[in-house]
Ligand binder design. Structure first.
Ligand SMILES: C[S@@+](CC[C@H](N)C(=O)[O-])C[C@H]1O[C@@H](n2cnc3c(N)ncnc32)[C@H](O)[C@@H]1O
Length: 250
């Protein structure tokens, strides 16, 4: 197996176990040209603190989609919800190129994308309490036991999602890999700052508004069941935030 591309150490100097292996793959001419032409319009400097009011020029609910792949769902959700602003994070540049093309074709004005590891961004670049929603659809399942540590849904990641959400904000996850769905449920249930909207131990119905994604269609073709999880940030929590590097806005 190819060695994962090393990424810089995180803020504390530790080398993070990444939830992805960067295989750039082939980039089409259209994807490359989209990255060149459209990055200034839709791209985010992932090295800065996310200031959505300044970015979008308004105050609106902000939804973060992590690992948007080719951007189908991101674009669909943003067009369907013009009163919200959307930020997408992805590490795979050909996918980002495809997403930029869709955003341009649809003249989307309420979307920005970052090319970054979502775990890094959540840890240090997103002001606490600034997100109305976090969406994580069909993350890489890393099925082998020795790779479970690569799964993006881990205690520290969940704590950082919790910190980034406003009270009442919703963390929405979906997967077609049953053992990962159980892992998600257990990890989220361990965090007492979240309330499972389907009741303890239950998966949610797929909300009508959640678009079907490319990986979801692939899973369905293989006969997999799809699991949705909706967890709301509750008002009171006893879990301390993992990070202390960003001050609360206001
Ligand atoms: C299995 S694909 C799913 C893509 C899309 N959500 C879908 O359902 O079609 C997982 C995606 O997450 C991205 N990804 C994995 N870890 C990530 C991370 N830490 N930060 C940002 N993106 C990540 C991968 O590059 C990949 O595009």
């Amino acid at each position: 197996m190819k060695k994962p591309t090393p990424f810089p150490a995180d803020q504390s100097g530790r080398r993070r176990v990444r939830s992805f292996v960067l295989r750039e793959g082939r980039m089409t001419r259209a994807q490359r040209s989209a990255l060149d032409r459209l990055w200034d319009r839709f791209g985010l400097d992932a090295g800065q603190i996310l200031d959505c009011a300044e970015l979008f020029g308004r105050t609106a609910p902000v939804i973060l989609e992590i690992g948007f792949g080719n951007g189908d769902a991101l674009c669909h959700m943003a067009l369907a919800d013009p009163n919200a602003d959307f930020v997408g994070i992805e590490v795979h540049r050909p996918g980002i190129g495809s997403a930029l093309l869709k955003l341009e074709q649809n003249e989307a004005t309420n979307v920005r994308v970052a090319c970054a590891d979502a775990a890094d961004l959540l840890e240090s670049r997103i002001p606490p309490g600034s997100l109305a929603g976090v969406r994580l659809y069909f993350p890489d399942p890393w099925p082998k036991k020795k790779h479970h540590k690569r799964r993006i849904v881990q205690d520290a990641f969940v704590r950082n999602v919790h910190t980034a959400l406003e009270t009442g904000g919703v963390f929405h996850l979906a997967t077609d890999w049953a053992p990962y769905a159980e892992h998600m449920l257990e990890t989220l249930a361990r965090h007492d700052g979240f309330r499972n909207l389907a009741g303890p131990g239950n998966f949610s119905e797929r909300p009508d508004w959640r678009p079907q994604t490319r990986f979801e269609r692939r899973g369905l073709r293989m006969g997999h069941q799809v699991f949705d999880l909706l967890f709301e940030k509750s008002a009171v929590t006893t879990s301390p935030p993992l990070r202390a590097s960003i001050n609360s806005p206001g």
